[in-house]
Design a binder for this molecule. Sequence first.
Ligand SMILES: [Zn+2]
Length: 505
Amino acid sequence: MKKVVLLLLSFLLIFSLDLFTPNYASAASGFVDIPSTHRAYKEISYLKQGNITTSDNPDLFAPDAPMTRAHAAAMIGKAVQLQGTPVNTRFPDVPADHFASGYIEDSVNRGIIFGYKQENGTYLYKPGQQLKRGEMALLISRAFGFQSDTTNAAAQEFMAKGISDGVGKGNFGTELPMKRGDFAVFLARAVNADFREKALQVAATPMYVNVSEDTSLNMRTGPSVDYTEKMKLFSGNPVDVLYTVGDWVYAKVDNITGFIHGYYLSTDQPAISNMKDPIHVTPTPVPGPVTSPISGKKPLNQLTIVIDPGHGGKDPGAAGNGLREKDIVLDISKRMKTYFQGTPINVKLTRETDVFLELSQRVQYAKQNKADLFISVHANAFNGKASGIESFYYSAARNPNVQQSKALSTYIQKRMLEAWNLPDRRVQSKSLYVIRENTMPATLIEVGFIDNAKDAQYIKSAAHRETMAKAVFLGTLDYLYHFEGRSEVSPLYSKYNATPSRKYH
Ligand SMILES: [Zn+2]
């Protein structure tokens, strides 16, 4: 009897929230069972916009179904940008092909969630088991870096922060089962303080936007590039950081709150010759692509190529013959950049120095810069005997650019083989993070085997690295010329004593 009353109370409390929540979601929720009249419509729509929701049926959110431990790990993991790539896990009941395997394993690695010890000493995750409210509070507390590390403390902190009012009389209902709709409400409030029932009370940390002076940094409505822009910030602009959500921060600028990628903030104000004021972005319908009078496509000066030198910092990559992959791929990438700088095409590198970047940061960088093409540069190592050049693209139905990525890989591969006289290991499809998770045509090239004596002769030589950089550049032009049908690329070749390649696609 008591349980029924508590459940009813919790339902009523959640139902009353529409009075307080901001008017966030103008778009439809994306789920046929979450109409605009649903009690959790705004929160579910908000999470859906950031691709944070997971469900067994893509059309249904199933708000009254039990919230399972697998979906909790996946949704929390997506919110704080954990590694979601499917992996082998330590749990026999979570195989690599389980939809949440990556999030579950990464959550365990980060101490957010644990398995259940069995009598024989092994652990099970129990992915289909329903969460209790207290467990949910503890998981979210750990993932978002709150102070609490017991269910009761997390429950108290949830109520103090206005993420939940509890179920009455200061009681959180830690033992009550969690439903998916309620979970979405709590997660949305953990992510975005604008949804909470109490004003945020934290000390701000002063930081500064640190990007190159010719670019801007977006403040968005949520912690991913899928969220709407609220403001454009410029290098040197001061930012009051209030809390972090994974790699992003929730911050205030000019009395407006929103999310900024933490990668582009620094504690010291960068030296700026002429600091620009932040620009407030008024929500408008998404504009179509700017069309060029010449070809009906974006003009070349609005194309951006992101080059991604692999590895860096604590991650040297492959090694052999006194060479480190992280050094030589950076060198080749910088030479590539110089070639592109001789054209109207914009070029950006994910790193220009010997720093470590997570794979997710490389993808974020490309998306943030609205890259039209992405080229990740690597060198191989195997057993000292393997030799040759290869290129990878990702082929799966969910990637909208399979044909483009394959063609880009092909045109670059042909030029690389002309540049260095090494075996053709061909263009292949492979599930590699940076080409799988990116949304623009993307390729990953392996210029040769660093531990092979013959390949290393090329890799070692600055003159040969220059011809390799030029080859990748020309291969990219070939792709634009042949595959995208851009005749305006044609005059660019003569500057480099080159002509377009044959047509290969
Ligand atoms: Zn590599």
